[in-house]
Ligand binder design. Structure first.
Ligand code: HEC
Length: 112
């Protein structure tokens, strides 16, 4: 019995980490490369999009990252706003997995 409890205590912290990781939509390490390649030119390294001038400001505009993963992935897939000055559709640019990876990077880096 005691051995079982000891084993459980050993396993539990790892189980928690795994469950948490499974909740993330993608791999933030892969996502960082994609962000720097594809998103950074408008959203900037610091995620502010020059205070929203060139793109959505992930840091200060809390409305953006308060949306669900599904909503944000749909915006990345379809684009948003003006066809020329707005957020471009990434559906021909990135795979579904890459969109999840980059969202995961954005949440981890700019989310509060
Ligand atoms: C050509 C410039 C440009 C590039 C490249 C770009 N974005 Fe954007 N993005 C924008 C603009 C502009 C907006 C604001 C659109 C609006 O609200 O009308 C925006 C908004 C967003 C939003 C917030 C949408 C909302 O609900 O308000 C997300 C999420 C986003 N971009 C993700 C990304 C990701 C991920 C990438 C890279 C894969 C990327 N963007 C690349 C210009 C860009």
């Amino acid at each position: 019995m005691l051995a079982t409890i000891q084993k459980l205590l050993l396993v539990l912290p790892f189980a928690t980490v795994t469950v948490f990781a499974a909740d993330l939509p993608g791999d933030p390490v892969e996502g960082e490369e994609i962000y720097m390649d594809v998103c950074e030119e408008c959203h900037q390294v610091d995620g502010t999009g020059e205070n929203g001038a060139t793109a959505g400001d992930f840091v200060n505009d809390k409305k953006i990252l308060s949306q669900s993963d599904e909503e944000l992935l749909l915006t990345i897939f379809d684009g948003k706003g003006d066809p020329i000055d707005g957020m471009p559709s990434m559906k021909d640019e990135l795979s579904d997995k890459e969109m999840k990876d980059v969202l995961s990077y954005i949440r981890q880096t700019f989310g509060s």
